[in-house]
Ligand binder design. Sequence first.
Ligand code: UGA
Length: 435
Amino acid sequence: MNIAMIGAGYVGLVSGACFAEFGASVTCVDVDASKVARLNDGRMPIYEPGLDEIVQRNVEQGRLRFTSEFDGCVGDAELVFVAVGTPSRRGDGHADVSFVYDAVRQIAPLLRNYSVVVDKSTVPIGTARQVARIITEVNPEADFDVASNPEFLREGAAISDFMRPDRIVIGVESQRAEEKLRALYRPLNLVEVPILVTRLETAELIKYAANAFLATKISFINEMAALCEAVGADVHDVARGIGLDGRIGRKFLHPGPGFGGSCFPKDTLALVRTAQEFGTPSRIVQSVVEVNAAQRRRMIAKIRNALGGSEAGKVIAVLGLTYKPETDDMRESPSLAILPPLVEKGARIRATDPHGIEEARGHLPDSIEYVEDVYETLDGADAVVLLTEWNVYRGLDLEEVKGRMRGNVFIDLRNVYEPAPMASLGFEYTCVGRG
Ligand code: UGA
């Protein structure tokens, strides 16, 4: 099967490489020529565990190519995936679909045989139908269908999520398009992945509803964590106590500094705007957005309190800058909301991250000092803030940590460590929701 994947960003690159791994012939097209050159050189534009091997193997075996030219691959493709970015539009929070429509205007004149043009990006409800209108307008002769096939990949676990998904969602309007997409996903029959075939709008909404629901779980447990601190309860036991009820489920109930990344913040906001626009406001999702912003402010207050009320002149060692482990992505990372106010109030920050330092430099205040080695980061620190739960920070040599520090304040915003042993080691330990 011939596939053109428009956009070699996170979603396009992972999906393109994995479709190739399933045996399809995939051409990834990206307007960013330097990214294409890097990929053709065997260098990955993002850090994602396992991606480089899959890309390398499929390039070597001739099933995966990268180019900046739409010509030459779109015309022969049975499936043309659109996987370009849909960032939050400045000012109003709506997802910006201009990159999708630009890509579609380039694809439309090139369509020769029957093809299915598939939205893979997270796009506002109604986009697939608008894509169909644009194609017909640009190329009235085109023989095509549109489809919506949202992805549910988590950064850092994207390859395994792709290979063993919980479900595949396919929004289509024709039998022919459905058959093409079912054929594409046939390799997943072996692991009995459920395939849900819906209308276009339903598939588009499933993606937003899934992310909004997961974000709701996180904001909910973060609110419970605040209450736990106030009443002297333990949020981990609360999460377990409710999560063992199969109707609630145990996942996504881990408290922390608030959700970040390229998806939850953008998609919750976009859903709020869409619901408003259609006259059915979502008060729940609106609250999820507000609770998440409040959680970040709470974390700043928590750090300040642990430092005795003021961060001025204090040396703070920060472990982890990315929004979660196993990625170098800094988009909407809690560190971007938490660290600048501390710097503004006179804190001296030394920070480390296994893969995020390069990306972080461009986003955080210049005065932050970056250190590669985790233990060196701690030298002379008054406090340590564990901000991202990378594996290397889960089993720290705590005696060495203490020995390197000037103070003994340990602020664990991911609840990696246990309060009682940390106190016995002599740390003034603060975490989230363990009153
Ligand atoms: C999320 C969804 O999990 C994917 O299913 C979806 O495909 C993706 O968005 C997307 O729309 O593309 P991702 O943003 O990569 O994936 O990462 P998650 O593992 O979901 O974490 C998101 C944020 O929530 C992180 O900041 C994480 O630290 C936070 N989180 C997650 C918590 O604070 N508590 C939890 O229990 C779980």
